[in-house]
Design a protein around this ligand. Structure first.
Ligand code: DI6
Ligand code: FE
Length: 401
């Protein structure tokens, strides 16, 4: 098994307890794809003496970043809709007029698997260039069994081609396709539930997601989707309280959801329910910014209740054409008043929690995956501080990298 001892670095382990987990020493031993030593260089067990050494020149090392909420796979783009919003149309008006998610659905249905891989790769590569080692990718622009499965296959292929962890979410309950106009429950019966069975059978879905909103699905409809996910043993998560408060986060918490996402309109009852179920609050400042939302999520209430907070890009062609987790961190600080440490925890430790992968990634600890980001900065707060500047030196993914 390849072994390597990384030396001479400033280590932000992101373990809970000390700020940024900064206290844990300055050497990391990697065996195969796992972390096998964390501590001082001169205290490493004798076995490491003859291992290959890599000097990181005193740079800051963090866990590789995790983008735990993206819609990275889609056809076309929505620059025209961006123009329409600047001319005065709202996101909801555009959606109700057949634009929005449905226009991306059309472009996504027309695209082949190869087309979708090719279109998504530059976005994924932009994330990798900022130190991302794990990305979550949702379906939700196919809106038929065939095209939802196609999107999930594309997501799996992206992970294989870029040698990284891709976690998939089945999001057929994202929008109603025009052929089911006014027939939400029929769409759920004929597409969402059978598609979920097929995705499960082909091992294409790691979780099930939905969009609970006036322009999408009601809490009762989402509950039907989640009941089915529970029968199949698939974890759930939800786009909740993004544009209005329908009690989606509370509903999701009742199903033990991994995360509830967006949350601008989250109320006290929702915060409490999330705290009780251990559901992560995934904040998506790119969508808040793009839609020029003015109500920020209740960050202080989430903090006080001890709800873990993750931060993600929500990379999608409509509400968040953002492929930069570093900019998402900056926005989370400036727009939502997260601290830089909370923002970094949001794309490492808590993002891992939001994906159910806490035992494997998100902090630098013995036994976890050796997936690290090495930065040309000395203070971890610098990662959230700059705008439009990428200080990544390199990613390290296992001893062979
Ligand atoms: N909320 C969002 O912000 C994205 N999906 C969702 O449920 C938007 C997706 C899009 O506009 O294409
Ligand atoms: Fe989203």
């Amino acid at each position: 098994m390849p072994r390597k001892l990384l030396v001479n670095m400033r280590l932000a382990t992101m373990r809970e307890g000390t700020p940024y987990g900064l206290a844990d020493g300055s050497a990391v031993g990697i065996e195969g794809d796992r972390i096998a030593y964390v501590g001082k260089e001169d205290e490493a067990p004798a076995g490491w003496a003859n291992a290959e050494r890599e000097d990181l020149g005193g740079r800051l090392v963090t866990p590789a970043l995790i983008d735990c909420h993206t819609h990275l796979v889609f056809g076309g783009n929505r620059a025209r809709e961006f123009e329409m919003r600047l001319e005065g149309a709202s996101y909801e008006e555009i959606a109700r007029a057949g634009g929005g998610i449905v226009s991306t659905m059309e472009a996504t249905r027309e695209a082949s698997e190869d087309d979708l891989v090719e279109a998504a790769l530059p976005r994924l590569d932009a994330m990798i260039a900022e130190g991302v080692g794990t990305v979550e990718i949702k379906s939700g622009y196919g809106l038929s069994v065939e095209h939802e499965l196609k999107m999930l296959r594309v997501a799996r292929r992206l992970g294989e081609s870029q040698h990284m962890r891709v976690v998939t979410s089945y999001l057929a309950a994202h929008a109603l396709p025009p052929e089911y106009k006014g027939r939400h429950d029929v769409y759920i019966d004929e597409v969402v539930l059978p598609g979920m069975d097929a995705a499960k059978a082909e091992n294409l879905a790691d979780a099930v997601d939905g969009f609970c909103e006036g322009i999408a699905f009601s809490p009762e409809q989402i509950a039907r989707v989640f009941d089915h996910a529970r029968e199949l043993g698939l974890p759930v998560k939800l786009h909740a309280e993004q544009l209005s408060n329908l009690g989606g986060a509370k509903l999701a918490a009742g199903y033990g959801a991994l995360s509830a996402d967006h949350l601008e309109y989250l109320d006290e009852a929702g915060v409490k329910a999330m705290a009780e179920s251990g559901t992560v609050a995934t904040l998506l400042p790119g969508a808040f910014y793009t839609l020029r939302e003015t109500q920020a999520p209740p960050v202080q209430a989430l903090r006080e209740a001890g709800v873990p907070i993750a931060v993600a890009t929500d990379c999608n062609p409509g509400s968040s054409p953002l492929a930069s987790p570093l900019l998402a961190m900056n926005m989370a600080c400036t727009l939502f008043r997260l601290t830089p440490e909370e923002a970094l925890a949001g794309v490492t430790r808590n993002a891992a929690k939001a994906l159910g992968l806490s035992s494997d990634i998100g902090t630098i600890e013995l036994g976890k995956a050796a997936e690290l980001a090495v930065w040309n900065v000395s203070e971890p707060a610098e990662l959230a501080y700059r705008i439009g500047f990428n200080p990544l030196h390199k990613r390290i993914m296992g001893a062979a990298a």
